[in-house]
Design a protein around this ligand. Structure first.
Ligand SMILES: [Zn+2]
Length: 176
């Protein structure tokens, strides 16, 4: 909304994040914040604003583990649908959403059994590959995945986690 009214982005990423969090109010606050982050991420990508894009991504990842993830499976599916419409495949945010979804997808009710009908094909392909990795690659002692977008010089090198390398041809992100 800030952008619509002012045709500008706030110069400070913290201010921008503040605007996202205060953008709307609703009972399902977590979903609204998450959805706003994803829409803002798309805007940052559209505007070719990598610093803002990284700020939104990193804010989202941080908030997810601090309570933002507290929403039902249907909301998580809708976030995947929104994210896969417009965010380019190489962005680690998409893989983050898929990886988290694979951890909570259960076949305990009909809707979840039929979840594949409600998810974009490209996200399902990633789910299948993720299950394949979990099944076939020993996870014990495996380094954690990093879902941050490192923008500072040397940030990635200083981070001990695995980072995604996007293979355009395979349409797959390898964590190495
Ligand atoms: Zn990292």
């Amino acid at each position: 909304m800030h952008y619509i009214y002012t045709q500008s982005l706030p110069s400070d990423s913290k201010e921008f994040i503040h605007l996202i969090d205060k953008a709307k109010s609703h009972d399902n606050q977590n979903w609204l914040i998450a959805e706003s982050c994803i829409e803002a991420y798309k805007l940052a990508e559209h505007l070719c604003a990598p610093i803002f894009r990284a700020a939104i991504n990193n804010h989202f990842i941080d908030r997810w583990s601090k309570g933002l993830a507290d929403m039902d499976i249907f909301d998580k599916q809708s976030l995947i649908r929104i994210a896969f419409q417009g965010i380019t495949g190489e962005r680690v945010l998409l893989q983050f959403l898929v990886d988290r979804y694979c951890e909570v997808w259960r076949l305990e009710n009909m809707y979840e059994q039929n979840a594949e009908e409600h998810l974009p094909r490209k996200s399902l392909l990633r789910c299948v590959r993720r299950y394949c990795e979990l099944q076939n690659v020993p996870q014990e002692g495996k380094q954690e995945r990093c879902y941050l977008e490192h923008v500072n010089e040397g940030g990635k090198e200083a981070c001990a986690k695995l980072h995604m390398r996007w293979d355009e041809e395979a349409e797959h992100g390898f964590f190495e």
